[in-house]
Ligand binder design. Structure first.
Ligand SMILES: [Ca+2]
Length: 354
């Protein structure tokens, strides 16, 4: 240092002025280059994983150390996690040093995600929220924002990243999808002005389904049912007991069957077909004389007029009449139309025939 000062003084004297004696500036620049920077000051990694840190200036001969080598070790900036815990990794050269806070965690793998519903049944122009629960709940190996929602048909329903679903005016079904990491869940959504009552009516090859005529859809007059007379002459509170306040005109007798029928009346049933194919429909009715009915699926008459065969008495119920429906998989609307209503209606029995 003494020689350096001597040189500067000599140089200043030689240049003929004191204005060039500004060694203070060059001293500060020298001090800056003695600092070390590492590209990250906080890192988190799983046990068994490694992560490369980069120090600058690159040309320096940096010594890397970990405060707790049981948690993480470091060599040439490469940090390796060994056990859950925290440590501090330092990059040092002489008096210059930089500290990196290191957290090592046990990896908890996401194994599944569970949507709050497996099926969504919505009115047109309405809104619903689907939440999704990770399994296990403390899974930490998938980033929070590594997820997506989308709809196959946004003319029926669209979904936002929050899981909020908006149904459109148009009725129909489509599929919603949720992805978290590599796990994908599919949720069918049905937009309709009628809804199953009181539970889903599922048709499958596994077992026959007995569908009670009194379990027609929710949705009210001209949507779920059409009845020509005011009030329920059968009395009772079967429907309202399930929270349905929109079926007051349908005549339900003894909490058991549809009575006081009139030609032109109809009832709608949401059916979910698990297995596509042919299903025989046996109709349990009570009638002293033959009548007529037909069945519509999704608005189309698929049977034409069917003779409802008399059973011997208005309350002598028997499976006198059958027809076969060919049904595709998925949700459908079945409408039972009373063309010549000589009968009371108890059950429809669906049996797969394939
Ligand atoms: Ca009525």
């Amino acid at each position: 240092m003494k020689n350096y000062l001597s040189f500067v003084l000599v140089a200043a004297i030689m240049s003929g002025g004191v204005g060039t004696l500004t060694s203070c500036d060059s001293y500060e620049r020298t001090d800056v280059t003695e600092e070390i920077y590492v590209d990250q000051s906080e890192v988190s990694l799983f046990v068994g994983d490694s992560l490369q840190l980069t120090a600058s200036p690159l040309e320096r001969d940096i010594r890397w150390e970990s405060g707790d080598e049981s948690v993480a070790t470091v060599s040439h900036g490469l940090v390796i996690g060994h056990h859950a815990g925290t440590t501090t990794v330092t990059a040092t050269d002489g008096a210059a040093t930089f500290s990196v806070a290191v957290t090592v965690k046990d990896e908890i793998k996401l194994t599944d995600v569970i949507p709050s519903v497996s099926l969504l049944d919505m009115d047109p122009d309405s809104r619903s929220l689907i939440t999704v629960t990770p399994v296990p709940s403390d899974a930490n190996n998938v980033d929070r924002d590594d997820c997506a929602w989308w709809s196959d048909d946004e003319s029926i329903a669209r979904v936002e990243m929050s899981g909020t679903v908006y149904s459109m005016q148009k009725e129909g079904g489509t599929m919603l999808h949720y992805r978290r990491g590599t796990i994908i869940k599919n949720i069918p959504v049905y937009v309709s002005s009628t809804h199953p009552f009181p539970t889903q009516h599922i048709l499958s090859k596994d077992q026959p389904l007995t569908l009670k005529f009194i379990d027609f859809d929710l949705g009210g007059k001209n949507k779920a049912w059409y009845d020509t007379t005011a009030g329920n002459r059968g009395g009772g509170t079967y429907r309202s007991g399930y929270g349905d306040t929109g079926s007051a005109d349908v005549d339900i007798v003894n909490r058991r069957y549809i009575g006081y029928t009139a030609s032109g009346e109809w009832l709608t049933y949401t059916i979910d077909v698990a297995d596509a194919g042919n299903y025989r429909v046996d109709t349990s009715l009570g009638a002293v004389m033959d009548g007529l009915f037909h069945i519509e699926i999704d608005g189309a008459d698929v049977t034409g007029p069917i003779v409802a065969v008399a059973s011997g008495g208005n309350t002598t119920f028997a499976y006198t009449t059958s027809t076969v429906l060919n049904l595709t998989a998925g949700r459908h609307k079945l409408r039972f139309v009373m063309d010549k209503a000589t009968y009371n209606l108890l059950n429809m029995l669906f049996t797969a025939t394939d």
